[in-house]
Design a protein around this ligand. Structure first.
Ligand code: Q5B
Length: 610
């Protein structure tokens, strides 16, 4: 048996990240004792509709986040407990709503910094509604072998060490969350463990006092003794002493009170908890509380260190009286072990996981990205440029100075070619339609293909093929291309021709051939092809795609990387066009009728449907 929480407890957590962490800890306890998941729903409007992943051992559960408690309860009528993990500004409202909810009997609040007036109002409201409001600032409630509400109990191994997998005979009531864990451990080491441990929180006005919980423990036949860990300040311990002394009680009370050190400190000094403050004239001092409890019949050690002995003494008495029968303890090894995460077992070298992907170019696991081993900042510091990053990430090589200069020129020269070309035009239309930058740029990008800009790869590929297979036979190469491929990629232009040469191509060819030492077999071959094609038709020149493709092959870039140069360069241009249109507040584009040849049927009557 237990008080407050048992196997029937089903909880909703009101709050975000901290609540999720608590739910995961609670699920560890659910796994330890093999009970169904305690947390059934979350309420957190910013994450409405999300499913939170909660592992109960190795079993994955998806728990829904609702925007309101009402909705959560409508879909999960089994919920009878609410845990408040929301910020202090919204804690009062959330707790009040939970207290108002019909099915909810217990509300426990971890939120700290709740205004005292709100805490008082919630306490009063809980009394009026006949419900329990625990907290604020409470780490939670744990009923051994039954249910864990909140993170009380600490790590999984601690749950086992404190024998929380089964019920004992000691109740625990503390203000401090940390001391609740310690008290549970002491009960396991010196007695037979706990029934329920409640942390009420260290605020000045806790929602529920010691006496209320003592009454509950008195009515729980499994609980034979209760350990109270109180502290200086307030009157909860004195009220507990009054309760104990008022009549013969079934349960034994053991109490440790923190704060006797205050006797040597200036009067009124405050400790960690908001409520841990001695009143005027020594009222609420640790010493007066200890005396009151001792006078009422509680076992009160002089210091917290004496608590072990006190618990042991009471346990022996209970055994001797026959109130408790000694039970053999389970071997800890028989209790289920939490399944370790893949990372944990990998660290220990106990499992081999086949990687899903493999990378050979970059690594972000250190302080900064490393491109093929080189730290990005070091490349910057040592005067490398964007061309070198391209060389590393696309070809796993640092280009020489001469090669970098060529790459730089390729990017610069093909960055844009005015608004009329397919790519820029696509981005402009999108910009004018109010499309955002990434989407507008990708609208332009989708134009890059075999006819426009995307012929770089195939130009490099086929001219390289020509060099190898038809070294001195251009017409043989062209016939092979006609038969097997179609138009030669890299040859031909819509507006450029022998009469209207493409200055970009001339510049690149001149630069590479006359200002560098690059060996250019592929480019030379393409220029020979151009001589033959332009003899047939003067626009069948070696175009910018073809020129870039050949130079990049001569630079030893992998074939399939070549279109990347046009894509990268044109991204600069397309972004420019998007910004330009936005700067001008351009209007939506609609084609004028006179730009369309409506080669359509005359208007006619729609026949009746047969
Ligand atoms: N014919 C580029 O064609 C274009 C032939 C050919 C053999 C060829 C065409 C082509 C290969 C792909 C290519 C990149 C579609 C171009 C670029 C970037 C840009 C763009 C800009 C920028 C142009 C008419 C006659 C036909 C065809 C024959 C054409 N090309 N024969 N090999 N390669 N090239 N693309 O003028 O006998 O009449 O049936 O596909 O390299 O995109 O500035 O605009 O920076 O943005 O529309 O420079 O050449 O001619 O297709 O009507 O053909 O020539 O077989 O012969 P056109 P088409 P026939 S650079």
């Amino acid at each position: 048996m237990s008080i407050l929480a048992n196997k029937e407890t089903r909880a909703v957590i009101i709050g975000g990240v901290a609540g999720l962490n608590a739910a995961r800890r609670m699920a560890q306890f659910d796994f330890l004792i093999n009970r169904p998941l305690t947390v059934q729903a979350f309420v957190y409007p910013p994450e409405e509709g999300q499913q939170k992943e909660i592992y109960r051992g190795g079993e994955l559960n998806n728990v829904t986040v609702y925007s309101s408690l009402e909705q959560a309860l409508e879909e999960n009528p089994q919920i009878n407990t609410a845990l408040i993990y929301i910020g202090s500004s919204r804690a009062y409202q959330s707790a009040k709503e939970a207290l108002d909810a019909k099915g909810i009997k217990l509300v426990s609040m971890i939120t700290e910094g709740v205004p005292e007036k709100d805490a008082k109002r919630l306490r009063k409201y809980a009394l009026e509604t006949g419900k329990i409001f625990n907290g604020p600032s409470s780490i939670g409630i744990l009923s051994a072998g039954e249910c864990r509400l909140g993170v009380i109990g600490g790590e999984y191994k601690n749950l086992k060490l404190c024998n929380l997998y089964r019920s004992g005979s000691f109740g625990v009531i503390t203000k401090s969350g940390g001391l609740s864990n310690e008290a549970m451990w002491l009960c396991a080491q010196n007695g037979n463990g706990v029934t329920t441990a409640v942390a009420i929180g260290g605020d000045s006005y806790p929602g529920t006092d010691f006496v209320t919980y003592l009454e509950m423990f008195e009515n729980d036949p499994e609980t034979k003794a209760v350990v109270i860990v109180g502290e200086v300040g307030g009157t909860l311990e004195e009220e507990a002493a009054d309760w104990l002394g008022a009549e013969v009680r079934r349960i034994k009370v053991i109490a440790a009170i923190g704060g006797t050190c205050q006797e040597v400190l200036p009067q009124g000094m405050k400790f960690g908890h908001a409520g841990a403050k001695e009143g005027k004239k020594g009222l609420g001092s640790a010493r007066s509380k200890m005396n009151a409890l001792r006078d009422a019949g509680a076992v009160v050690p002089d210091t917290f260190g004496g608590l072990s002995k006190a618990i042991k003494q009471v346990y022996q008495e209970l055994l001797a009286s026959g109130a408790i029968k000694p039970e053999p303890e389970l071997d800890e090894k028989l209790l289920p072990a939490l399944p370790p995460s893949v990372q944990e077992v990998m660290k220990q070298g106990e499992v081999i996981v086949e990687p899903l992907i493999r990378t050979t170019i970059s690594d972000d696991r250190g302080e900064e990205p490393r491109y093929v081993g080189y730290a990005a900042s070091e490349l910057c510091e040592k005067g490398y440029g964007i061309e070198d990053v391209i060389g590393l990430l696309w070809n796993k090589k640092l280009p020489s100075k001469e090669e970098s200069e060529i790459i730089k020129r390729i990017i610069m020269i093909s960055a844009d070619h005015g608004p009329a070309v397919s790519g820029a035009f696509g981005s402009i239309i999108a910009a004018c339609a109010g499309i955002d930058l990434p989407q507008a740029v990708s609208a332009g990008m989708t134009m890059i293909g075999p006819r426009f800009g995307g012929a770089v790869t195939n130009a490099g590929k086929y001219f390289k093929y020509g060099v190898k297979e038809y070294p001195n036979d251009i017409s043989g190469f062209l016939s092979w291309m006609k038969q097997n491929v179609g138009p030669v990629p890299g040859i031909g232009h819509r507006v450029k021709s022998l009469k209207n040469p493409d200055k970009r191509v001339k510049y690149l060819v001149d630069y590479v051939k006359n200002h560098t030492t690059l060996h250019t077999p592929c480019l030379d071959y393409a220029l020979e092809v151009e001589k033959v094609t332009t003899a047939k038709k003067d626009n069948l020149i070696l175009n910018v795609d073809g020129t870039i493709g050949c130079i990049l092959v001569d630079l030893d870039f992998p074939e399939y990387s070549l279109n990347g140069f046009f894509v990268l360069a044109r991204t600069i241009g397309m972004i420019g066009h998007w910004i330009d249109q936005n700067n001008q507040n351009s209007r939506l584009i609609r084609l004028y009728d006179y730009l369309i040849n409506y080669a359509v049927k005359e208007e006619r009557e729609v026949p009746e449907k047969k």
